[in-house]
Design a protein. Sequence first.
Length: 129
Amino acid sequence: MRIYSFVIGSIFLLTSCAASAQSTKSIYKLPETTAPTVETALAGGVIAGSDSGLYRLTATKTAIPLWTEGKVSKIIRSKQTNERWYFLTSQGIVTSADLKTFEYRNNRLPFLKIKQVGSEGISFSNKPA
């Protein structure tokens, strides 16, 4: 009886793991976005990165776009000498001190040159490696 329950439990565990591994649902869906204003951009909230950029999520359940030029993978806040934010994005490393102006810090980073063929012709783009 123990072996039978062990086998059934193992099958259940493996099927649930396989189903969750194949799931492509995102963990969090961004709420409705609004146009940023100076007051709301500097107000409290949570900074969130997504496939479409960087957003500030407010207590009123709105997402204020701060940077929308690519996917944001990681967010790091540094408090060493002055408060500064660093973002690992699909465009490389981006930094900001005030979350209003953003600078690229891609000097001497390796990039892949991607060739794209379209109806307009051939174009090339750089992606961080």
